[in-house]
Design a protein around this ligand. Structure first.
Ligand SMILES: [Zn+2]
Ligand SMILES: [Zn+2]
Length: 244
């Protein structure tokens, strides 16, 4: 399968960019992990919107779901044009499912994520683990039929559960919201050394950093993680595609 990083900023998008959004695809299936601000525009550089099979929303902070309502209008128009017949399945982790209510439910079908239940979309299987965040939020593990595994941390503080969940994953796509010197100042997000600790203990092959702060030099985040681990470390960026 392939991972495309569509949006990777925390909070709000940088100029001409997008917040959290990742496309995972193989030759049968295309799923979106989060759908943040600016994502819908960027996503169309990679696929046609009618090709989407499902969307998974890790939590209801707007940097992870702002564009889901623009996607609803896109689906409505694609239905009207006859380019799409089925509703788009939208899976969301929340303690209040009415947080995600659509005006046109015949084009967007909402499903609550239950941590104990996996979801199969085409050839891909998705499982979940709760993270440490201000509101309910879940990490996701995507597995393909060949046994390749991607884990996406979503938003989280330091979590032993995430280490276990990501154990020996091929790729860990993990939030890195803070520089090392900021560690401990804010709960519910990770600083660079914590990312390195989680990734080394989980023994993942590749680390992709994402959910960046809007200050400092984000290359420093990569250098800080690399200083604590010998795993391969990448920064999410526009156009980044990784085969997993
Ligand atoms: Zn976020
Ligand atoms: Zn959040």
């Amino acid at each position: 399968m392939k991972l495309h990083t569509i949006g990777y900023w925390g909070a709000y998008p940088n100029v001409n960019e997008a917040t959290s959004c990742y496309l995972v695809e193989d030759n049968q299936t295309k799923i979106l992990l989060d759908c943040g601000s600016g994502a819908l525009s960027k996503l169309q550089n990679v696929i046609k919107l009618e090709e989407l099979d499902a969307v998974f929303i890790s939590h209801t902070h707007t940097d992870h779901m702002a564009d889901i309502y623009s996607l609803e209008y896109a689906m409505l128009i694609l239905h009207q044009l006859g380019k799409r017949k089925e509703p788009l399945d939208v899976y969301v982790y929340t303690d209040n499912i009415s947080d995600l209510s659509f005006e046109f439910p015949h084009v967007m079908q909402v499903h609550p994520i239950h941590l104990a239940e996996s979801v199969n979309i085409g050839s891909l299987s998705v499982t979940f683990a709760e993270t440490i965040h201000e509101i309910p939020c879940c990490a996701m593990k995507i597995s393909d039929p060949h046994g390749n595994v991607l884990v996406y941390s979503a938003d989280t503080g330091y979590s032993k559960r995430l280490i276990d969940f990501a154990d020996k994953a091929d790729t860990l796509l993990i939030e890195c919201s803070f520089y090392a010197e900021q560690q401990g100042l804010t709960k519910g997000h990770l600083a660079s050394y914590e990312v390195a600790d989680i990734a080394s203990k989980a023994a993942v092959k590749n680390i992709i950093l994402t959910h960046f702060p809007h200050y400092g030099n984000i290359n420093q985040l990569k250098e800080e993680v690399k200083s604590k681990t010998d795993q391969s470390v990448y920064l999410a960026k526009e156009g980044l595609t990784i085969t997993i």
